[in-house]
Design a protein around this ligand. Sequence first.
Ligand code: PGA
Length: 264
Amino acid sequence: MSGGGKSGAAAGRRPFVVGNWKMQLPVSAAAEIARAIARTLPPLPDRDVAVAPSFPALLPVAEALRGSPVQLAAQDLFWKDDGPFTGEVSGPMLVETGARAVIVGHSERRQHLGETDAMVGLKTWAALRAGLVPIVCVGEQQDDRDGQRHESIVRDMLLHTLESLPREAAETLVIGYEPVWAIGTGCSATAADASEMHACLREALKTLFGATASRIRIVYGGSVTEQNIDELMAQPDVDGVLVGGASLRADSFVRIAAFGAPSR
Ligand code: PGA
């Protein structure tokens, strides 16, 4: 399936580069890397750049990013706004830390914590209620791709996750396409594979949200590096990237975030 649509910029979609630090960094290292990113990132007024530290690092990283355009994101939230939910963190609490966005439904949470499409849907709505930008992750397993089922699997995941979302909330959404076999493996999807899936996801978004679908950003994640960023970002439906391993060093994350910039 071809993208067929306008490029992201032509459709008004600002590129979004998000570093997902997972549980990989001690709090002190997270703050230090955030300071280095804030100090070295060149001015990039045409795009959004964010980092997603673990919960205990949110406040120190917010402090480290103060005065810089780099946004703070979280890696998860609970679907209730308050109450007796030991160990959980709500959308309003994340907003208090300065977070502007939150990853939901990452495949590591689906795999290790049993998160279902329905739970991810509730979390997406909780994020939107709190005024956070949800980055809703979907992606297929290696078996699904080998069996040529990847498009239908990922489309169904997206439809089930977002089916009860109010239509008017859709514009703020960000979708993360993250093939599970590409995460942390050094084996990224090709730009052509990513482009094909992003176009397929945009078609699915049209069935849910009509014309608003053309304004929803779809970012790619899975072994994004300085080497493949330019080719990925050249695809018409790839509106940004989620970066895991390569975001753990300030210099490589800054070079990825500055894709296409002459001074890179
Ligand atoms: P990776 O992780 O870049 O290390 O593959 C991406 C992600 O899980 O978001």
